[in-house]
Design a binder for this molecule. Structure first.
Ligand code: CO
Length: 468
């Protein structure tokens, strides 16, 4: 019996998010789309995560237009996005009406598969988006954010897998954002999820520590259904294992992916050239970072520390900060370190070291976290720390989004002068400070173009104006 393994290609989302600061432009993606489709991947991860934000913030690109363009060129391929549960594609919780409309519009514009996670593994933060995606008949992939701590045994992950199944997930993803999953743990976890949850299992590892392709092989032996890979020229380092490596490793076994190495090498060649366009953002390289094994933090966090400390002329404190991270994480109830918890823990560790007294200062995000506004952490919070930071302020223990007032109508009013489509409301509701200038600029450019046409009229052979 064939146990053919599927591959999800992450190049157009996580690949460049991990290696090129999420800067890849749509114009560098579309020319290779036809070849990517021809490969026959299980799915293509193309949207969500940090791409939504960076489109508007840095690339002057409308993230919704990007998705529409993908849907147009990918005629058969299943398109997948990464959704941060109630955080959607942002860094905080959004009200339910925004979450529902976001999912609905994502499906309308082309998303087939939603990978939904929560930084604290709190199912209540995934509830609304799972429900919304089910309502749109999309595939829901409930996600376990993998981490290591005294409170993260395989049993806990299997338990969460069962909850995600009950909530309506069609498959389960194990998301190993820091590359901490060892080959033997991968085997154990996948085997138990397959046996006890009974849904297809997909594994998403980052190569950071160098263990990921070994973890994949063991996961394949344990029955994993799909693995996430990036094309070799945008793989490894803090990105995913290389597609070609896994395809070759599994060839002529019962797990053979059936993908064409010749075609893959053409795609690799294409992205090798494209990568050169992004040199200024290309810091990570393709190497292995052993600090990750030692400190158990994702690669992105490490580079944040470098830049934060460099700004303060305090690079000599790096070691102290790295030692402080696990202590803060313990105080905060061992959250997995992924957006936004990695930023919350990381910035507090930096403050603790630079100020010289632990928790004398705290960011607003830390205060909110300790008040329960991000949800329930896996383990109890250190009450002494909590008291020092928020005093006697009330701590909530219900679903944080229940506190939020609906947001769509206000957002609709705020951007009325610039709105072209319903989706603009979402861009603004999620990132008001980024979306507003973006939408204003778009409008200004359009007025200028329309004005020019009115002045010059259509040229010979041009019957009407086609926006480019
Ligand atoms: Co990832």
């Amino acid at each position: 019996m064939s146990k053919k393994v599927g591959i999800t290609d992450t190049t157009l989302r996580d690949g460049h998010q991990s290696l090129l600061a999420t800067r890849m432009k749509i114009e560098h993606m579309l020319p290779i789309a036809e070849k990517l489709e021809e490969v026959g991947y299980h799915s293509l991860e193309v949207w969500g995560g940090a791409t939504f934000d960076t489109c508007m913030r840095f690339l002057n690109e409308d993230p919704w237009e990007r998705l529409r363009k993908f849907r147009k060129v990918f005629k058969k391929a299943k398109l997948q996005m990464l959704l941060r549960g109630q955080n959607l594609v942002g860094y905080k919780h959004y009200p339910d009406d925004i979450a529902e409309l976001f999912v609905k519009k994502s499906v309308e514009n082309g998303i087939d598969i939603f990978r939904i996670f929560d930084a604290l593994n709190d199912p209540r933060n995934m509830e609304k988006t799972i429900e919304a995606a089910k309502k749109e008949n999309a595939h829901v992939q409930g996600t376990l954010s993998y981490t290591i701590s005294p409170f993260h045994e395989v049993n806990n992950f299997v338990g969460l897998g069962k909850i995600l199944k009950e909530m309506g997930s069609d498959s389960i993803c194990v998301k190993d954002m820091a590359g901490l999953l060892s080959p033997s743990k991968a085997y154990e976890l996948v085997k138990r999820l397959k046996e006890e949850v009974g849904l297809p299992v997909q594994l998403h590892c980052h190569y950071t520590s160098g263990m990921a392709s070994m973890a994949y092989l063991k996961a394949v032996e344990a029955g994993v259904d799909v693995i996430d890979c990036a094309i070799s020229s945008l793989a490894m380092g803090t990105s995913q294992p290389a597609t070609e490596t896994m395809v070759a490793a599994l060839r002529d076994t019962e797990y053979d992916t059936g993908l064409d190495l010749g075609l893959l090498s053409e795609i690799a060649e294409y992205f090798k050239e494209i990568r050169k366009e992004y040199k200024e953002f290309d810091m990570a390289g393709n190497g292995v970072d052993t600090n990750v094994l030692r400190y158990q933090i994702p690669g992105g966090m490490l580079s944040n520390f470098y830049s934060q400390l460099a700004q303060q002329n305090a690079l000599d404190k790096l070691k102290d900060v790295l030692d402080e991270v696990p202590r803060v994480r313990e105080d905060f109830g061992f959250p997995p370190l992924v957006t936004p918890s990695s930023q919350i823990v990381g910035s507090q560790a930096v403050l603790n070291v630079l100020v010289g007294e632990r928790y004398k200062m705290a960011t607003n995000e830390v205060k909110a976290y300790l008040k329960g506004a991000y949800g329930r952490p896996p383990a109890p919070i250190n009450e002494e720390v909590r008291k020092k930071v928020i005093g006697d302020e009330e701590v909530i223990d219900f679903r944080p989004a229940d506190l939020l007032e609906p947001g769509i109508e206000q957002a609709r009013k705020d951007i009325a002068p610039y709105m072209e489509k319903e989706e603009d409301i979402l861009s603004y509701a999620i990132f008001p400070n980024v979306a507003k200038p973006f939408l204003e600029k778009r409008m200004a450019e359009k007025i200028k173009v329309d004005f020019n046409i009115a002045m010059e009229g259509p040229r010979n052979g041009e019957s009407s104006y086609h926006p480019v």
